[in-house]
Write a protein of this length. Structure first.
Length: 133
């Protein structure tokens, strides 16, 4: 079967990290391709900065950044910790044809210099399509 030049040049659809509706209106990074920062719009632990993606667009992606973690007796440590990010569950959100990662797994140490913990859902959200976890 012959391939036309238009079909050879058509870009693959870009996958976004969830929907812009996730934690709107104060959130950042959601609904975008390879965000360098994500933010729920709440407290400092909901902000990941300096994100570098090592893979993107496949069944799952992989990246890392910096995040604030809670101190045991309240407040946050002054030093940010490395956080690993694993967007997964590639598909679409209801009512949109846009290809997205519908879940975000993360893991990080519970204190600066500590061991990396187990993977967990970002904001306990089972879907990055809307603000309802």
């Amino acid at each position: 079967m012959a391939t036309t030049s238009a079909s050879r040049l058509a870009p693959a659809p870009s996958v976004t990290l969830g929907s812009k509706k996730f934690y709107a209106p104060n959130s950042k990074g959601f609904g975008t391709v390879k965000p360098t920062e994500i933010f729920n719009g709440g407290d400092p632990s909901g902000l990941v900065t300096k994100i570098v993606w090592t893979s993107w667009g496949g069944a799952q992606a992989s990246g890392h950044g910096l995040n604030a973690v809670n101190r045991p007796n309240g407040g946050y440590y002054a030093t940010l910790v490395p956080i690993e990010l694993k967007p997964q569950d590639r598909g679409t959100c209801p009512g949109s044809p846009q290809l997205v990662y519908r879940q975000l797994l993360v893991r990080e140490p519970s204190r600066p210099g500590g061991p990396v913990g187990k993977w967990f859902l970002w904001s306990n959200a089972h879907s990055l399509c809307s603000s309802a976890p």
